[in-house]
Structures are given as C-alpha cells and as structure tokens.
Design a protein around this ligand. Structure first.
Ligand code: SAH
Length: 220
C-alpha cells in the first residue's frame, strides 16, 4: 500500500505539476521551446533540500543553505531565453553556480559552460549533482566572479546569477566581440536585469526589467 505521504510526494514532483509550471511561464511570456522543455525536464526537486522538495515546482526562489537561494524558474527561463536569442556561439561563462539549477537548464542547449562559484561547500555538492544527472559539458572553478575565468575566455556569452553593484570590468573584457552578457545590476531592492551586447567598438545595454538576486559578493 502506498502511504499518504508517498502519494503526496509523487504528486508534488509529477509530470502534471511540472506542466503547470511550464504553462505558467509560457503565460508570462517565455516563448523559447527549448527553454520551456528544459524547465519541464530538469528535476528541480533534486536541487533543494528534501524538506523543500514539495515546493520545487512553485515559481519561487528557495533557500539552498549558506545564505544562498536557488533562482526562481521564471528568472532562469527569462535569462536563458535572453542569452540564447541570436546566440551562435559555443562557450558560456556562468558566475554564481550555486546549486547548479541554471547550469543544468542551460547545459544541453550549448556546447560548454565554465562556471564560477565562491562557496566551496556548494560547489562540491553541485559537481556531484550534475554528474548524477549525466551533465558533463561543465567545468567548475572555485573563485571570485568579479574576476571571471580568464583562462578559457573570451566567452560567447556570460550569465551572472548574483547582483553586481556595477558592471564588472573583467567580465566585459572576457566577452567576445558579438557576445552577450546577462547580469543583474544595482543595490538590493533596485536591481535591473541587464543585457549587454559587445559590438565591434562598443557595448550596448538594455534593461530586461526589475529582479531580485543575492549580491555578487566583493571579497576585498
Ligand atoms: N545559479 C543558481 C543561483 C545561485 S545564487 C541557481 O540556478 O539557482 C547566487 C550564487 O552566486 C551563490 O551561490 C553565491 O555564493 C554566488 N556568488 C556570490 N558572489 C559571488 C562571487 N563574487 N563570485 C562567485 N560566486 C558568487
């Protein structure tokens, strides 16, 4: 006999629950089918503590420990869609790996991701989690996102999952000509999601709307 809890457990992470989330994101304007499919396919309940698994397919950010959060699905979808729009490149730099949810949504849609996180305990768990999900096209780096990851640059796209007080100079330098960067910029409560495009001689900026992220920490 299946226990009540068992039934609920299945219900909360079932195909129908995921379909509801996808339908909601579509209603809110997400149109890229690859992105919507990824939101449906990636098992978000495996990225949060078991105690929160039943809430994994709600469109909200949730705590993942160490004072950090897993991003809201709508925001992940919006950022991924903006990043892939007109994207013909191969290499992505991701800043703020966290639990790796954004990484897992993006990984099958690009050739290679280089992902930087400053909290070693998070990175260790995330490495294992992505391996368990058979995701192999991601290289991880324990380091400061303000510095980027020069070794593998320049990058065709850069995606930043924490809010910067200003545009990080070194990330702009590591963006390839024709490349695009998606980054939340501004103080808590007034952050804007910015799309930066690198043209031959200059950068173009566009706001994609207001967002709420944890800060991109400055260590010194
Ligand atoms: N991408 C995650 C969300 C991560 S939350 C998801 O899909 O859910 C933001 C992450 O950025 C946190 O893990 C935090 O530790 C990391 N972070 C904050 N400041 C950083 C910095 N200066 N360098 C690298 N990572 C940073």
């Amino acid at each position: 006999m299946v226990s009540q809890q068992g039934i609920q457990g299945i219900g909360m992470t079932s195909a129908r629950t995921r379909d509801r989330l996808v339908a909601r994101l579509h209603e809110q304007g997400i149109r890229n089918l690859d992105v919507l499919n990824q939101i449906r396919n990636v098992p978000r309940h495996l990225f949060v503590d078991e105690a929160l698994a039943s809430r994994a397919y709600e469109d909200t950010a949730l705590p993942i420990g160490m004072g950090q959060t897993i991003s809201q699905p709508f925001v992940v979808a919006r950022m991924t869609e903006a990043l892939l729009n007109g994207f013909a490149g191969k290499k992505i730099l991701e800043i703020g790996t966290g639990c790796g949810y954004q990484t897992a949504v993006l990984a099958p849609l690009v050739k290679e991701i280089f992902s930087v996180e400053r909290i070693s305990a998070l990175l260790k768990k995330t490495r294992q989690r992505l391996r368990d999900l058979d995701i192999y096209n991601v290289k991880f780096h324990l380091g400061d996102g303000w510095e980027g990851w020069r070794k593998y640059g320049p990058y065709d796209a850069i995606i930043v999952a924490a809010a910067a007080t200003e545009l990080p100079e070194k990330l702009l330098e590591q963006l390839a000509p024709g490349g695009r960067m998606i980054i939340p910029v501004g103080p808590s409560g007034r952050q804007e999601l910015m799309l930066i495009e690198r043209k031959d001689e200059h950068f173009e900026q566009m706001s994609l709307g207001l967002v709420s992220f944890v800060p991109l920490v400055k260590d010194n």
